[in-house]
Design a protein around this ligand. Structure first.
Ligand code: BGC
Length: 873
């Protein structure tokens, strides 16, 4: 027992529980240092050093808050200790602080202020404004908290120092339903006497242009605004509040224009020294205008903010055929440049961004109307450093015009920005291109988990497309702890669904007059599948509970659509989007019948909803939806599956759906369907023939059909279309199209050609689960299945996943005909292991490190002799 430690105590899904919006925050922890096979038998939570008494339980995740509901601003420290099968208790964990935010709308006394005399802005893109206010601090004070948000995007400065490290806060939610506020500990930034709080404020998603085909401005309103409330707690127990109000002043900022798509224009000559420090002469500043706001929509974040997570140096600076100065960062990212420059006042440097080069020049056509140009006009006073504040770009290359002197690698960096999630999943193998592909999947997640899950980070889109995250969620939940971020987005989904009348194809929803208010399969199914995936991967029942009404509303609506036939065979569909045979301009023209796809997803969602209902104790609904799922499966079978197991659409996507969604049930039918899938995959030379729908399923379906070797050949194919094609073409992210770069090196002429779309990277889930062999067998990886299926000539593969209980590590290696598997399990996790070639033999493992060695030959090699012992050691 002595070595046992309780670490990483987590409050809800947050690493930093400051300003939490939950009055009874749940507590989770991990145990380290335990003997193999150790299991927790009890735990105790202490609040402010006082233990609540041991609770007999093996559970370490989402344990109920032990005290009374938190009031706004209430702060406590939490510690945990545990007992195990071998005694106890462990030492207390390091304390973790929990502090409630403003839980009630009436806590807000500050007023929202606008820098403009009337709503509307000037031209698009608008300039950003500065706002400032001053206040007095008495001594001694003990703590200071700043609660703030904006209609727009904002950044605060207190006495000349930047508050927090957030990028583009408050991020993008369905503002009319939910506007997140941030909580900052500003105790260290305050001083006795006069203090000043300053803000940069710009349109952001609230008022700036968003959306394709011209997009829209003023989506949420014509008035940008800032809301900030600083609360000072004094040693004598009194609290003083200072907030935005009519006494604040405003002035134009050095940002003379900024838009998400357009980029930022900054004139450093307009900087006003000391503007966010006390005593600044603000006589030439204008009064602000107070505007109303609805405190009822203010919510605390449930995940981390967007931050700068990495900076990259140029790997190459060179001159293009046209004589332009180009920089290659070696990696396609979402973020922006940071420059360090010296030059004369008034001189302008222009930064252009692109993901690719075309004929040796920046390939900007795929950006469509997102021109992505930042300009910096120098102040002319020595070394100047600048990074845009309120814009982001998707790029690997930059063109730098007007650089004074010679540009060196020390002058420019690429700053990677995304939601600051914790990395939790890794994969590596003996196959260099496969590893690079996996790296590309990680980078596409980083490029698109920028506060909400977007389709792409570069063109005039960057929307929360529901279909894209629906197919990618299992991979995402493995690679990063995205539970907080995605559960916030799901709340927006539910709010939009209710208002819009169905699940929109992207969330937050903006009506661009392009998509009908009609349920669309695969995309709308995100309402059911994303919460289910989060439950499965993070074990948080509350997410299911919160989303249940939205999940049910979706399935009910589809059921009405399908009517008595139980076939979803009408209305608008996107289908197996981006099937490689679809014409570049008509990505929805896939070979698989859209109604086959829609009905398959209907069965899948009804089935998951039934399971969710059962888990939530809604027994009658569980029965109702499982009967519904059964009827849909039966209808599907009659309509789309021949008695012998042929699908109405003779495509890999149709077979993959049939096999993986349990729609082909008879053994003979399944066997026939499996054989047909293999025939199709082989006939196509093991090149990809699936779009958004079939791609994440096809390797699983081949595996279930006993054709592991074909799954590997598909996975490791490098000819177009294939996953590794982009890798051998030098891609550093997952592309939107199988041929975003055509085999002849030209950029795909379609006007929808991104180089950073995670959807087709959803196969990484198969890589984790089957190649490396780790999959959850109970919610939150409380139990895991370890079933590596080596193939493709791989000599070794390894994966690690930081589960809620701690890191599970699986690595295998083949040395000639010996297969070695090494598994490490954290306390609290048990595993069922199934070894390749010995599928019938299952081993049960507890925590600790386990090594197994056995003779092995891959499926296509000679079978093992009957008498081979299953395990050697
Ligand atoms: C997006 C996709 C999306 C699709 C559906 C595209 O423009 O980038 O990823 O799912 O539209 O219409």
């Amino acid at each position: 027992m002595a070595a046992i430690r309780v670490g990483i105590v987590r409050i809800e899904h947050l690493r930093e529980a400051l300003g939490i919006g939950v009055a009874r925050p749940r507590i989770s922890w991990q145990v380290t240092g335990a003997e193999p096979g150790w299991a927790q038998s009890a735990y105790e939570i202490a609040v402010d050093g006082t233990g609540t008494g041991p609770v007999e339980s093996e559970e370490s995740q989402f344990r109920p808050w032990p005290g009374a509901a938190l009031a706004s601003r209430e702060r406590h420290s939490v510690q945990v200790r545990v007992w195990g099968t071998d005694g106890g208790p462990s030492p207390w964990s390091e304390p973790v602080e929990v502090e409630a935010g403003l839980l009630d709308p009436s806590d807000w006394t500050a007023e929202m202020i606008s820098p403009e005399q009337e709503p509307g802005g000037t031209a698009q893109p608008d300039p950003a404004a500065l706002l400032r206010g001053e206040f007095t601090v008495r001594a001694p004070f003990t703590r200071a908290r700043l609660y703030s948000t904006a209609q727009g995007v904002y950044e605060l400065e207190l006495n000349g120092r930047t508050v927090g490290a957030d990028v583009l806060s408050p991020g993008w939610t369905s503002y009319s339903h939910r506007l997140r506020y941030q909580t900052y500990d500003v105790t260290e930034l305050l001083a006795e006497g006069r203090n000043a709080l300053g803000a940069w404020l710009s349109d952001g998603w609230f008022r700036g242009r968003i959306g394709f085909e011209g997009g829209r401005t003023h989506v949420y309103g014509a008035e940008i605004g800032l809301l900030a409330q600083l609360e000072l707690h004094y040693a004598d127990g009194t609290v003083e509040t200072f907030g935005t109000d009519a006494s604040w002043r405003t002035a134009p900022s050095p940002i003379t224009a900024v838009g998400a798509y357009e980029g930022e224009t900054y004139d450093a000559r307009l900087e006003q020294d000391g503007w966010s420090a006390p005593g600044f002469d603000e006589t030439r500043w204008q009064p602000v205008r107070t505007i109303g706001h609805d405190a009822g929509v203010l919510v605390a974040p449930s995940g981390p903010p967007v931050r700068r997570t990495e900076t990259l140096r140029p790997v190459k600076i060179f001159t293009s055929p046209a004589g332009e100065t180009l920089v290659d960062f070696g990696q396609n990212i979402a973020g922006r440049l940071r420059i360090t420059v010296r030059g004369p006042a008034g001189h302008t440097v222009t930064l252009r961004h692109a993901e690719v080069l075309e004929d040796g020049e920046l390939g900007v056509r795929p950006l469509r109307s997102a021109i992505s140009v930042d300009t910096y006009t120098l102040r002319g006073e020595g070394r100047e450093q600048w990074e845009p504040r309120f814009t982001m770009h998707g790029f690997r290359y930059a063109q730098i015009d007007g650089w004074p002197g010679e540009l060196t690698a020390d002058d420019v960096q690429a700053v990677v920005c995304h939601t600051d999630m914790e990395r939790t999943g890794w994969f590596s193998s003996s196959h260099a291109e496969l590893d690079r592909f996996h790296e590309n999947v990680v980078w596409s997640m980083r490029g698109n988990f920028v506060d909400l899950p977007t389709d792409c980070p570069q063109r005039d889109e960057r929307l929360g497309w529901t279909g894209d995250i629906q197919v990618f969620a299992p991979t995402a939940a493995y690679l990063y702890d995205c539970a907080g971020m995605l559960s916030s987005w799901l709340e927006d989904l539910a709010a939009e669904q209710e208002q819009f009348g169905t699940v929109p194809v992207y969330v937050p929803w903006i009506d661009l007059g392009v998509f009908p208010a009609e349920p669309t399969a695969v995309w709308g199914d995100a309402a059911v599948i994303v919460p289910w995936t989060l439950y499965e991967r993070f074990g948080d029942l509350d997410i299911l509970r919160r989303q249940y009404a939205s999940m049910r509303a979706w399935v009910d609506q589809v059921a009405v659509r399908a009517g008595g036939s139980h076939l979803w065979d009408s209305g608008f569909q996107l289908g197996d989007w981006l099937d490689p045979t679809a014409p570049p301009e008509r990505p929805e023209e896939a070979r698989t019948d859209v109604h086959l796809v829609a009905t398959a997803y209907f069965a899948r969602s009804a089935d998951l909803l039934a399971q969710a209902a059962g888990i939530l104790g809604r027994d009658a609904e569980a029965v109702h939806y499982s009967q519904l799922a059964e009827r849909v499966r039966a209808a599907f079978s009659v309509e789309f599956v021949s008695p012998s197991g042929r699908m109405a659409s003779d495509t890999p996507t149709a077979y993959a759906l049939g096999l993986e969604f349990g729609l082909i049930t008879g053994d003979a039918q399944r066997a026939r369907a499996g054989r047909r899938l293999v025939e199709l995959v082989r006939a196509n030379g093991h090149r990809i023939a699936t779009g958004f729908v079939g791609t994440p399923l096809v390797c699983d379906a081949l595996t279930s059909a006993g054709a592991l070797d074909d799954a590997f050949r598909l996975l490791l194919q490098t000819e177009c279309p294939s996953w590794l094609y982009a890798v051998v073409q030098g891609g550093t992210t997952v592309w939107e199209r199988w041929d975003s770069v055509l085999p002849d090196g030209r950029i795909n002429p379609g006007d929808m050609t991104s180089f950073n779309h995670y959807a087709l990277g959803g196969v990484a889930d198969w890589i984790h689960q089957t190649v490396a062999g780790l999959r959850p067998a109970a919610p939150g990886y409380r139990k895991v299945t370890i079933a590596p299926r080596p193939g493709g000539g791989l000599a070794h593969a390894a994966t690690s996943h930081r589960t809620p209980y701690g890191v599970v590590d699986v690595r295998w290696e083949r040395v000639r005909e010996v297969f070695e598997l090494k598994v490490t399990l954290p306390p609290g996790v048990t595993a069922t292991v199934s070894l390749p070639g010995h599928e019938g033999v299952e081993l049960e493992l507890g925590s600790g490190t386990h090594v197994h060695r056995m003779p092995f030959r891959a499926a296509h090699e000679d079978p093992l002799p009957e008498a081979t012992p299953a395990l050697l050691g």
